[in-house]
Design a protein. Structure first.
Length: 257
């Protein structure tokens, strides 16, 4: 008898339903199409977002433990967990810890890697973004990552380095909550002499951080750059909207199965 197989797609989550559909749901649907013999499940790791979705939208989604419990109850024997996390940071560590407790509930459990895990991943991510984002000659593309105090924050400077290595010198990477911050980015921007900026999130979803911290009318990257004399264009697209990024998550699943 054929084993029952399931893929759990684990995301931090978002309370913004517009970007949820275009990013997280799009990634899940892409994975479902690539692995038709697997049933696809969803989990969000952010308790705050799960509570907010319940309170504001009356929507209930599973956390990692609940989703694995559901899969076990459904008789799934072959379990694959694929995070949509960008880096191997705190959220991913928590997910791994939660998953370990359920390992003996399945015949096999495999766990895929976050987006930026190998040197090859960085190159693929760069190409995936640049295939769809085309800054003009006189524009600098600034990507806003989340950032963290976890040592995995080193992914962001590595990402910028990889953009430059592949010939995209007009791309700078900053973070909201880590290094490099907006000040560091502006220091580099001044050196370029470039006066036009394109802002885009380097996050799976274009939610709170993208809409408010990056593109908001006040106390945002956009408003600060404009105050400093830059002309700013905003691209409100989460990474989940990029076909090349969705493909990378599917490849990470293939790698473990």
């Amino acid at each position: 008898m054929e084993q029952k197989k399931g893929i759990l797609v684990v995301s931090f989550g978002t309370s913004h339903l517009d970007t949820l559909e275009r990013t997280i749901t799009a990634v899940e649907q892409y994975i479902a199409a690539q692995f038709p013999e697997y049933r696809v499940y969803r989990a969000f790791t952010s308790g705050m977002i799960l509570r907010k979705l319940k309170r504001k939208e009356n929507l209930t989604f599973d956390n990692v433990e609940e989703a694995l419990e559901r899969m076990a109850a459904d008789g799934i024997e072959t379990a694959v967990i694929q995070p949509t996390h960008v880096i191997n940071g705190i959220e991913n560590d928590r997910m791994l810890e939660a998953a370990e407790a359920y390992r003996d509930r399945f015949e096999t459990m495999q766990i895929g890697a976050p987006l930026l895990s190998t040197a090859e991943d960085y190159k693929k991510a760069v190409h995936a973004v640049m295939a769809e984002v085309d800054p003009a000659e006189d524009e600098t593309l600034i990507l806003m990552g989340h950032g963290t105090d976890h040592h995995a924050n080193s992914a962001y400077p590595t990402l910028e380095y990889t953009f430059h290595l592949l010939g995209y010198r007009q791309v700078l990477v900053g973070t909201v909550e880590g290094f490099p911050n907006l000040q560091n980015v502006q220091t580099k921007l001044e050196i370029t002499g470039c006066k036009k900026v394109v802002l885009m999130p380097f996050m799976l979803v274009a939610g709170d951080h993208a809409k408010n911290d990056m593109a908001g009318e006040e106390d945002s990257w956009k408003s600060e750059l404009e105050e400093n004399g830059y002309e700013v264009r905003v691209i409100l697209r989460g990474l989940g909207e990029f076909r090349g990024i969705r493909k990378m998550f599917a490849e990470h699943i293939t790698a473990v199965i």
